[in-house]
Design a protein around this ligand. Structure first.
Ligand SMILES: [Zn+2]
Length: 431
């Protein structure tokens, strides 16, 4: 159902003008109010009841809840409780969110009131609304919801998820109320235009034994410095540029650890099919053959305003611009399981070109054709096998790997031959 359908349904139920109802709904939705809450609020405004015309909620197993359910009652173990403040009808509102479980499954929840339950508690939640979130049902706990301690501990197969402790590699967008222990690998202070004007934030990279992920601290803390090993309780995970990103809110507690958290140095090596099906990875290594160097590689021009590639002096957004020279490669890499477009920045492109950008410009000037630079790169890389490490994002247009490292694979016959020779020499030395 889109907003028009919801407005239509409400308008006919309340006997008021659809345009008015729609305007009210749109106003609420722009503050991220869930649609069911928004509809109840509009019903109240127009003197309708607040949705209690639905049949009384029945007790359900978590695993059987679908987005078709109206309101439900569940008896569950609380796995995680995260706290976050959001904009609600123009005001800051603190919400709680996380995961609940019983024997049959897990379900995420958003609570608009503080019912005081904590991770590990066993509770009966009465009259929780069910809404759809990211294609899955989610419980919405509001003013008409009741929460009572359950008479005994609710047994679940998910007990090891209580408290939300997780390694970085296990985090997924949508996770809330998580606890991680990690080392700050990189951090920088940035000023952004937030919802309340200019705001200072910290952003960087966290690492642990399982991998690395980008992070943002929305409430810059002094203890978050490069090299610091920290326990962070109550973080949430969002998708940022196609990969999971760890977010620290004002409610996240950060405690320094006395022992340094070991950080995995190598990136996990996956097949292209595995990597792409994960939906995006911040730090991954793949090995494959370059099938093709795509158009738009070699010597390119970027818009000085927005950095987009300009064609014939035209930026799609800024029109006629004086383009700035840059170099890049967009190469299609294939490992037999799938393909991915590898994007090399200027430094890596100069490496595979075998010369500087000034030399590339000179070559293009002599040939009176920029394409000679791309052709030269093609001759050097197409058909060869490379080991690529970088940041994989996947969207509707395909999979892109922004490369940090791009090196001819160790499986290259000459490298292998050299390794064999080295080993023989070692043996002779030790003999
Ligand atoms: Zn532009």
């Amino acid at each position: 159902m889109d907003i028009d359908d919801h407005a239509e349904e409400l308008a006919s139920a309340l006997g008021v003008d659809k345009a008015e109802v729609k305007a009210d709904l749109e106003n609420l939705l722009q503050y991220s109010v869930p649609i069911e809450e928004a509809k109840q609020s509009v019903r109240r405004k127009h003197g309708g009841d607040s949705g209690s015309s639905r049949s009384a909620p029945s007790a359900k197993d978590v695993g059987t809840i679908t987005t078709e359910d109206g309101n439900v009652t569940v008896t569950v173990r609380v796995l995680t409780v995260g706290t976050r403040s959001i904009q609600y009808q123009g005001d800051e509102q603190v919400i709680r969110e996380g995961e609940l479980a019983d024997e049959t499954g897990t379900i995420s929840y958003t609570s608009w009131e503080d019912f005081g339950f904590e991770a590990g508690d066993s509770v009966t939640i009465g009259n929780a609304g069910v809404r759809e979130w990211d294609g899955a049902p989610e419980l919405n706990l509001g003013s008409s919801t009741t929460v009572a301690m359950a008479s005994g501990t609710v047994e679940t197969p998910y007990d090891d998820e209580i408290g939300g402790e997780a390694e970085l590699a296990a985090l997924e967008p949508g996770d809330r109320g998580r606890t991680v222990e990690a080392r700050v690998v990189e951090v920088e202070e940035r000023t952004i235009n937030g919802r309340s004007g200019e705001t200072d934030i910290l952003s960087g990279v966290l690492g642990d034994a399982s991998g690395r992920l980008p992070f943002t601290d929305w409430e810059p803390r002094e203890g978050i410095t490069e090299g610091a090993s920290l326990r962070m309780e109550g973080v949430y995970v969002r998708e940022f540029r196609g990969v999971p990103s760890v977010n620290l809110s004002e409610f996240t507690t950060v405690t320094p650890l006395s022992e340094a958290v070991p950080v995995r140095e190598s990136a996990p090596q996956l097949s292209i099919r595995e990597a792409v099906s994960s939906g995006g990875m911040f730090d991954v290594e793949i090995v494959g053959n370059v099938l093709e160097v795509r158009d738009g590689s070699g010597l390119i021009e970027r818009c000085p305003e927005c950095g987009r590639v300009v064609q014939n002096g035209q930026c799609r957004t800024h029109g006629d611009v004086d383009g700035e020279d840059d170099m890049r490669v967009k190469a299609i890499l294939d490992d037999g399981s799938g393909t991915v477009t590898v994007v090399l920045d200027r430094d890596l492109t100069e490496e595979v070109y075998g010369g500087t950008m000034a030399e590339a410009r000179e070559q293009a000037r002599e040939a009176m054709d920029k394409e000679v630079v791309a052709d030269h790169i093609r001759e050097r890389v197409v058909g060869r096998e490379y080991r690529v490490r970088g940041n994989l994002s996947v969207d509707d247009y395909g999979a892109n790997l922004d490369a940090d490292e791009f090196a001819e694979s160790d499986d290259d016959p000459t490298t292998r031959a050299r390794e064999v020779l080295d080993r023989i020499e070692d043996r002779e030395v030790s003999a």
